[in-house]
Design a protein around this ligand. Sequence first.
Ligand code: TMP
Length: 214
Amino acid sequence: MAETKGLFVTFEGIDFSGKTTQISLLRDRLLEAGLDVLVVREPGGTAISEKIRTILLDRDHDALSERAEIFLYSAARAQIVDEQIVPALQQGKVILCDRYFDSTTAYQGYGRGLDLTIVDTINSFATNGLEPDITFLLDIAPEMAARRRVAQGAAPDRMELQAGAFHQRVREGYLQISRKHSHRFRVLDAARATQDLAAEIWETIRQTIPPSQQ
Ligand code: TMP
């Protein structure tokens, strides 16, 4: 694994848990503090990975096999790790990544039921073993997330069309992953007010950056 000097922060949770809002608020705080920030999302974030994202989220692709699905998510990840994340970390940037390999463990492992040992091997190969420094899990009940989607009038993509039981397994999977990797996970109740969550996230990050830059 390449030597890195930046900070790698990932955000996880089921859809409509509020990750994107929190990433945007944290990015603003970091920029105010004068830090160099890169915000990326998965799957996506590079021209090649965005094309793979289109295949993955296309509602017409209900024939996509579970094995093809995990390789596509992992292919998109390998590309963004090499093209964006590792170079940015080497330049000392703070990377805020909307989803990373814990999504694959939660969705393809716990959600689809693929063998967790194989999922770990694929995750590790796709990322050259690059783990996040900090992972925020925005934990929310699938029913509340679904109400948020309806309130926002958003059309569901291929993954969001999965049954409620699937999203329940994903949520529980995330909680298990967070217990297994408690050194890097911070689990937050995503039903809390946006600004409260933002304050707690900032406090965690603030403790990891030098006082001169706060
Ligand atoms: P997004 O809507 O948060 O950008 O994510 C796209 C969807 O893909 C979301 O429903 C979660 C799912 N997903 C997986 O199933 N496995 C993965 O490895 C990733 C990164 C996302």
